[in-house]
Write a protein that binds this ligand. Structure first.
Ligand code: AMP
Ligand code: ZN
Length: 491
């Protein structure tokens, strides 16, 4: 199969050709660890996990290096530490905040079925020169100054954007446009208002490292330039790697500035060959925000009943995320999660306890087309239920096709789905054991038949009987507008 990826920098979908097929290298910007990760933060983690799995499939498990950093130096972290641990010295308080938050993040994304990246460097370990000689921020900044791309002013070291003729190429922002909106008073020490901080001095009670420019701390962008170079240098000694990813809010200024720093420090024409950005997630049609009361952390979705009145299995959250193409905006809804769960129900019914077999060429082709997961999911559905009415109507299936459970399992696995057995799925959180699911499903079928012949007395009786078993029914419509009934255990 051929893999084609959309590159934000050149604005085109291109065949993916790794610099070194024996070591395909990808960097994704990771979390700033001061608070629980929200469900929007889960999107890049899941999307690039699918790409990681696909690359491992194509080039071999041992031939892909995936780096996702942990940003554990940031002024938001300092503020949170001072707020939550007022009695402790700041550095200790910071360690408490970052360790707890980073551990929570690892637990959250593991529950979403994400593989651990090859390396997860923490920014604080890459500030000053290292014993192992891997790239660090202070050395990078020194290189930028030596090459005439950075200068010291007003207690900061700044990147000189005018020293780079094509600064702004990723975001398409020209320097002249940026000047107009800048606030001159704040930026008086800058040569150009768009110059950005590489290093800033710390006050006595702020975290800081000794450097040639005094005790201070790095700017955010330089962290990723150092940590990507630390693990992703090429076989030719050039610091260019294959794929750099993150959410599209990072295009400007973060990725633009990473490119500027890395290219100017290393003297390379590019930082990474493919720049990939996931679209944003909103909740029930609105931007997620704490003030709108529609802000949900991964942990809340998994372990509390805040969203839709129940806990959600990680696999449901994962499938709900992958039903939308990664570059499109996604609307995160209770209904979307219910549909994903229903889909998994059917797939697990179809695979039973079979072993994974061969992978479907159609699923791989869909993923090879800039990770078209919605298309891959339709193909998975076809493997599970070739006779499903909606699929036949859409011309996707033909009469006489049989389910292919082994192929379904293998092909879903590359999306990080259907990793469990059917019995593990049936015992998932949110569904209490002790209810015979097959019995419930047959009651629901009988009720649908009763309703179809307008025997509402009988359909009500069945509903009451299920209620007595602790099962609540919800009537809704599927994507084709056909009535469907879902169920859950009453609480
Ligand atoms: P942050 O901790 O805000 O830097 O975000 C970590 C990652 O999550 C980055 O790749 C962001 O682009 C991404 N991200 C943040 N909010 C959302 C959202 N609502 N939808 C999709 N991705 C997001
Ligand atoms: Zn970054």
């Amino acid at each position: 199969m051929e893999l084609r990826l959309y590159d934000t920098l050149t604005k085109e979908k291109r065949v993916f050709t790794p610099i070194d097929p024996s070591n395909v290298r990808m960097y994704v910007c990771g979390p700033t660890v001061y608070d629980f990760a929200h469900i929007g933060n889960a999107r890049p983690v899941i999307v690039f996990d699918v790409l990681f799995r696909l690359l491992r499939h194509l080039y071999g498990v041992d031939h892909v290096t995936y780096v996702r950093n942990i940003t554990d130096v940031d002024d938001k972290i300092n503020d949170r530490a001072a707020r939550d641990f007022p009695g402790l010295p700041l550095n200790e308080a910071i360690r408490k905040v970052t360790e707890k938050t980073a551990d929570q993040f690892q637990a959250d994304v593991a529950a979403l079925g994400c593989l651990p990246p090859t390396h997860q460097p923490r920014a604080t370990e890459f500030v000053t020169p290292r014993a192992d000689g891997r790239s660090d921020m202070v050395t990078l900044i020194k290189q930028l100054i030596a090459r005439g791309h950075a200068y010291e002013a007003g207690g900061e070291v700044l990147f000189d954007v005018q020293s780079m003729p094509d600064y702004g190429a990723l975001s398409g922002r020209r320097l002249e446009e940026q000047k107009a909106g800048a606030r001159v008073a704040v930026d008086a020490h800058k040569r150009n208002p768009a110059d950005f901080v590489l290093w800033k001095l710390s006050s006595e009670n702020e975290p800081g490292w000794d450097s040639p420019w005094g005790r201070g701390r790095p700017g955010w962008h330089i962290e990723c330039s150092a940590m990507s170079a630390a693990y992703l240098g090429g076989p030719d000694g050039k610091d260019v790697f294959d794929i750099h990813g993150g959410g599209l809010d990072l295009i400007f200024p973060h990725h633009e500035n990473e490119i500027a720093q890395s290219r100017c420090a290393h003297g390379t024409p590019t930082m990474a060959n493919y720049w990939m950005h996931n679209g944003f997630l909103q909740v029930e049609g609105e931007k997620m925000s704490k003030s709108l009361d529609n802000f949900f952390t991964i942990n809340e979705l998994l372990n509390t009943e805040k969203f839709g009145g129940r806990k959600w299995p990680g696999e449901v959250l994962r499938l709900a995320m992958l039903k939308t193409h990664y570059r499109q905006p996604i609307d995160w809804t209770v209904q979307g999660l219910q549909e994903a769960e229903k889909m998994l129900d059917r797939w697990y019914d179809a695979i039973g306890d079979v072993e994974a077999g061969e992978m479907s060429a159609e699923v791989l082709d869909a993923l090879g087309d800039d990770m078209n997961t919605p298309k891959a999911i339709v193909e998975l559905h076809r493997l599970a239920h070739p006779a499903a009415a909606g699929l036949a109507k859409a011309g996707l299936t033909r009469a006489g096709q049989k389910p292919k459970p082994r192929m379904l399992k293998a092909s879903a696995n590359i999306l990080g789905l259907l990793k469990s057995t059917r019995s593990e799925w049936l015992a998932r959180p949110g569904i209490e054991s002790g209810v015979d699911r097959d019995a419930v499903e047959s009651f629901i079928r009988a009720r649908a038949e009763a309703r179809a012949r307008k025997d509402f007395k009988e359909s009500d009786r069945i509903r009451d009987e299920l209620a007595a078993m602790g099962v609540v029914l919800k009537d809704g419509k599927d994507a084709d507008g056909k009535p469907v009934t879902t169920w859950e255990i009453a609480r």
